[in-house]
Design a binder for this molecule. Structure first.
Ligand code: AMZ
Length: 251
């Protein structure tokens, strides 16, 4: 089933308890934007955000939920005000259940989907709509473990091997663009979306309102949302204007 409207997901990437942006996902190339991710989350909600995209970057690298406390704080305080998807270091059923029990709306799985697609395919159907796959892609192939490991697995093939009664959508991140404000990879994202049966959330490189508009126009081709990080933090445009473009999409 398709989502009803094109959705804007402001990104809150957490490293060492702080809200950062990385360049091309490299942990060494960080800019700290807010020492308090909860404040950042509240700011996005004040601006009208309906969703938050939260990633535990240390978690993605280590495979453990390193920034659990601060993410829990956001969930406890804001779950009534916003929907939240969480990823980074979620690698087993206990982690998944923990976040669902703490009111996360969606769980993002990247490394686990690559290393153990059977695990995903055997999940109980009660997880449908809760699980989304993070396809972090370099040259069409999946990267994992905080993007420190590069596989030879073709992203489209991995996604098409997954059970469609478990997976509800897929985040397509172009690593070569992430955090760089270079503009989105529209052609690659579109080609990816056309080859899979799930709605795609585009991620990486958004730098202008025009980028958002170009993606949003492909709603009927399966691109149904966008994750925006650095452009929002650097105030390349106003959050409300970005939101307006998303809401204007004709379905
Ligand atoms: O920027 C990075 N180095 C990075 C990042 N943003 N590494 C992983 N991630 C995100 C993925 C996905 O949302 O885009 O973490 C999630 C996947 O984590 P895991 O632990 O399931 O592979």
């Amino acid at each position: 089933m398709k989502n009803k409207c094109f959705t804007l997901y402001p990104a809150i990437d957490i490293k060492d308890g702080k809200c950062v942006r990385l360049l091309f996902g490299e942990m060494e190339k960080e800019t700290v934007y807010n020492n308090n991710p909860l404040d950042q989350a509240m700011w996005f909600i004040d601006q009208g955000a309906e969703w938050l995209h939260i990633v535990d970057l240390d978690g993605a690298v280590t495979g453990k939920n390193v920034n659990k406390r601060v993410i829990l704080k956001i969930l406890n305080k804001l779950q009534e005000n916003v929907k939240i998807q969480i990823g980074g270091g979620i690698r087993n059923i206990d982690d998944i259940n923990f976040w669902i029990e703490n009111s996360a709306n969606r769980i993002i799985l990247g490394t686990l989907a690559l290393e153990n697609p059977t695990f995903i395919n055997q999940l109980d159907k009660k997880y449908f709509k809760k699980i989304i796959i993070g396809a972090d892609v370099r040259n069409g192939k999946i990267a994992s473990h905080g993007w420190k490991k590069q596989s030879d697995v073709i992203a489209v093939e991995l996604i098409n091997s997954l059970n469609s009664s478990i997976v509800s959508s897929v985040i397509y991140t172009d690593i070569s663009k992430d955090g760089s404000l270079q503009g989105v990879s529209l052609d690659q994202t579109l080609s990816f979306a056309k080859q899979i049966q799930y709605p795609v959330i585009a991620s990486g490189g958004v730098s202008s309102l025009n980028d958002i508009s170009r993606l949003a126009k492909k709603f009927s081709n399966g691109i149904q949302g966008v994750i925006i990080g650095r452009a929002l933090y650097d105030k390349k445009f106003a959050f409300v204007d970005a939101l307006k473009i998303c809401k204007e999409v004709k379905i």
